[in-house]
Design a protein around this ligand. Sequence first.
Ligand code: ADP
Ligand code: ASP
Ligand code: MG
Length: 818
Amino acid sequence: MPAPRPFHVAKFGGTSVGTPERVRRVVALVAAAAPGHRRVVVVSAFGGVTDRLLAAIEAARERTGEHGAILAELRQRHAEALDALAPAAERARLGADLDALFGGVRELLDGVYLLRACDRRFQDAIVSAGERASGPLVAAAFRAAGHDAVALDAREVIRTDDAFGEAAVDFEATARLIRERFAAIPEGTLAVVTGFIATTPEGVTTTLGRSGSDYTATILAGALDAVECVIWTDVDGVLSADPRVVPEAFSLPRLSYEEAAELAHFGAKVLHPRTMRPLQRKGIPLVIKNTMNPEAAGTVIGPEHEATPERIKAVTCVRDAALVRVVGAGVLGVPDLTARAFAVLADAHIDVQLIAQASSEGSLCLAVKEGAMEDAVRLLRRAFRRECERGDLHGIEAEPGAAVVAAVGDFMRDAPGLAGKMFASLGRAHVNVRAIAQGASDHNLSAVVAGADAPQALRALHEALALRRTRAHVLVIGAGAPGRTLLPLLDRQAPALREAHRLNLRLVGVANSRRMAFDEGGLAPPDALDRLAEAEAADLDAVIGRLTAARLERLVVVDATPSAEVAARHADLLRAGIAVVTPNKAATSVDAARWQAAREAAVEGEVPYLYETTVGAGLGVIATLRDLRRTGDTIHRIEGVLSGTLAFVFNAMREGATFSEAVARARALGYAEPDPRDDLSGRDVARKLATLARELGLPTDPADAAVEPLVPEPLRGIPLAAFLARLPEADAAWAERLAGGAHQYVARLRADGSIEAGVEAVEAGSPLADLRGPSLVVAFHTERYAPEPLVIRGPGASADVTAAVLLADIARAAEAMR
Ligand code: ADP
Ligand code: ASP
Ligand code: MG
């Protein structure tokens, strides 16, 4: 006699058997899979049916008058499925079975209506109807497709205790019954088994808890020594987070049983928490696959433990939790507090999700399901009545509306810093942690947060732990040249920053002085300006109000305006924990007190305030200065050519152009401000020097600067056209003055804070000599860099360079907010 063929178990959830069309797909999938095996198919109720049955119970109990209609709707749905799926010859018999089943449910619901109550035993009897209806219909669908198939009611083979609603399986009795029953099913016949339902030894219907069909499947697989158990659902396996909350969640190729169990325990709906148990001892693999996308590999869950570089594989959360606090009176406390509290709750089958302890006060904090909160409080008050009366305990308090968030992965103990990263991420996402789990296990780290913060917390943890990325949000104020050039650059660089630098920069808004386009979920940079044109009206107050309310993690505001009004709000943003990156010189050089206030606000808000582009565009002048100071150097003097426009004008004159020609050429090439007098006045250079002075903590006011203006007195107040027409009047004087050698417009900051700027002859060989076009040069004369100064030289500002340095500052700001 040949050896019996091995078993293969496949389970299809409600999502996979939601419609007759989907049931047919299931039939095709099973037919194609596992040839040469004895096939067992476990099915849930059709999608949504269990929830509707629960709604019917609620309606009957509340006497809303709707339970009859709900039941009729369910009956109708199954009648349609019957017509669509079953072989014609079987329809009458199966229809009669459905009538009997729904008639029975109707009687039970009428009982609930009369009693205005429904205990768990009644509830189990009613909700079991979902699986009892779907199982025979799916079996009929297999027969209609030409397969030998029988329907098997799991209540025949799965024995549990009488903990209705979430009954505990008697594995010994169950395994025996399963083996006996399957021995009677011919090898070539496929068995379609109802998930979720079972009975007590007395034959009373029980259920295994929500999502219990997963568990039914593995109980069968374990008892039958199946080669594999496949759970078919509507996602590509177990994902790194609930995709409805975290859109970036990705499918995990492999998980250990422990990891999967931990995820399920902490709320991942894709699996019933006990699913792994029957497989573990025998090492039977559990595969999670997508009915809608069977080609995807899905997730394989098995005995192997695999350490990924991230350690954390997934994040998850249990909603509707409550914190119960046993508040101690002092240092001495109650010695066996924890053990006794646990015993009391375990006796009442109250699952403790998490425990935290403050040993200094002898206090204990437990997270339980919200539905169990009142029972837990009552039981604990009773158990600790004497301690409360004696004053050893202050009392028992409860706080509903919490959520337990957890990060799951094997080998977490070997990876130091994960807990720190977890809590830092929650902090950066402005999520308040109410309790931290005691002694994290090898597989999970968990914390209690307010229920309303759970989505925010999950997204932040997924990004930081499962993706190991730093996520920052960016809002650009100002739709002028810097903003317009920055947005496409951000768009181009974002993928590389995400992949190579693990920095996820997400544009969430753009604003100008009248409007703001804002989307917490992200704006595509190329469309952002178009969105702005149609966006809601928002003034600066509205923009700032919106940003502070959004509580986005690592928010960086780019002030790409030249506006003093916007600069005046930097301190507000920084104090609210929002980083500011800006090329706005009005922020750094005009009002010393305001700049100082902003710097202090940045310290208070613990966020960076970066304005590299305000001096020397892309040369890194400010960064260099900060490093010199940080490393203990003493600055004696900084001098250089800080205006690309003026450098160009003097270089052109050296090569033979007249002053007016040189200015006209600078304008034509786009190196000058629209009114070149803004450059020629020297004010811009003075402001840059003032910025450097402030960086050094020197009390400098640009108004006191000794600045030589290059616009002749009579040409100052006149219209631009007249100015340009009359500029040649100055040519002769310039020709005379510059005869005899190279000149530059040199800016200088001295150690006492005094600043000066004006035309100077530069000797050949000096760091300031030999500039080309609109180039800049800065020489730092310091204690360390002597006698030769530290010199930085390079092209002056252009829109591209400014945008690049703004992006670098955004990245630096984001990374500084770890
Ligand atoms: P079924 O009806 O097949 O049993 P469920 O609705 O019970 O399906 O479970 C699948 C759903 O679980 C998915 O559609 C998804 O929304 C949700 N889910 C929550 N967390 C996760 C996770 N970590 N991985 C996969 N799915 C998850
Ligand atoms: N039908 C049950 C439920 O909705 C069991 C399951 O789907 O696994 O919870
Ligand atoms: Mg399920």
